[in-house]
Design a binder for this molecule. Structure first.
Ligand code: CO
Length: 293
């Protein structure tokens, strides 16, 4: 679906950049090299988002072993594959091949054990995994899963030539592939030609950030270079954000409604209390975590 939208929504006052974050080089799974852009110390500031990992390499040793079987409980994982092929299998019986431009949305809920294994022995593997928290009420829900091929994702082009993929939420009247009532995530991938401007309305109470993965943009007069996350200030008078491309740029724009609940994380489990973490660990140890019944 490709629609040309004539009118940009009116954003009178853009949010400003509160902080630029470089992220931390790390590895996860069976030695996959990645940059953890949204780290644990930012979970309260960027509530309801818990983590953003960026991975990108043309060196197979950096990704080939993938992420063998591991559990999750209490949140959702959204994997956006820019380039590469990754096979997902989980204990709820879901299986899917994630390819160039595709998205996999998994709600771990009360528990999933899954693997994410590259299906390529050479070439570029690039993408992102975002973790979105579930409310206390939803943490023990039944697991849910969907794959979206690139062609299944809602897309449009603005009159300034900005190509927009609406992974979640809504932009310029175009609904995203997924919507969530409680956290109201908005997740856009924007390809901006040099000089173009993109405006997105955002409720002032929603936490929001931009991650630039190609080129450079300006937000509220501040330069945001490639490989940086800009945390957007919750300026009370701002009605959205205006992103201007200083060069051809590709960015993720992510926002959501904070849950304002306690966050207790132990590795792949994110709950509200320490006791719930102990419960997750014992359920996993006893083989109850990935049970489908
Ligand atoms: Co996982």
């Amino acid at each position: 679906m490709n629609t040309t939208i004539i009118n940009q929504p009116n954003v009178e006052t853009s949010r400003t950049v509160e902080q630029l974050v470089a992220g931390q080089a790390t590895s996860d799974g069976a030695g996959v090299k990645l940059t953890r852009v949204l780290t644990q110390n930012l979970q309260h500031r960027l509530d309801p988002f818990l983590m953003l990992d960026a991975f990108g390499s043309d060196q197979p040793d950096d990704y080939i072993a993938g992420f063998p079987d591991h559990p999750h409980r209490g949140f959702e994982t959204i994997t956006y594959m820019i380039a590469g092929r990754m096979l997902h299998r989980d204990s709820a019986g879901h299986e899917g091949l994630l390819e160039n431009g595709g998205v996999q949305w998994m709600t771990a809920g009360k528990g999933v054990i899954h693997s994410e294994i590259p299906q390529q022995e050479e070439g570029v593997m690039e993408g992102f995994q975002l973790w979105l928290n579930l409310s206390k009420r939803d943490k023990m829900n039944t697991p849910w899963y969907r794959d979206f091929k690139a062609t299944d994702l809602p897309k449009f082009v603005t009159e300034e030539g900005v190509a927009v993929t609406v992974i979640a939420g809504e932009s310029h009247g175009v609904g995203g592939a997924v919507t969530r009532d409680t956290t109201q995530p908005n997740y856009l991938d924007l390809h901006l030609p040099a000089g173009a401007r993109f405006a997105q309305q955002l409720p002032a109470g929603h936490n929001a950030f931009v991650y630039v993965y190609r080129g450079e943009v300006r937000i509220g007069g501040k330069a945001v270079p490639a490989m940086r996350m800009a945390i957007l200030a919750n300026d009370a008078q701002a009605d959205g954000v205006v992103i201007e491309a200083s060069a051809d740029a590709r960015v993720l724009l992510v926002s959501g409604q904070p849950l304002k609940e306690p966050i207790v994380q132990y590795g792949p489990f994110v709950m509200n209390t320490q006791d719930e973490i102990y419960q997750a660990l014992s359920d996993f140890r006893d083989g109850r975590l990935g049970e489908t019944a």
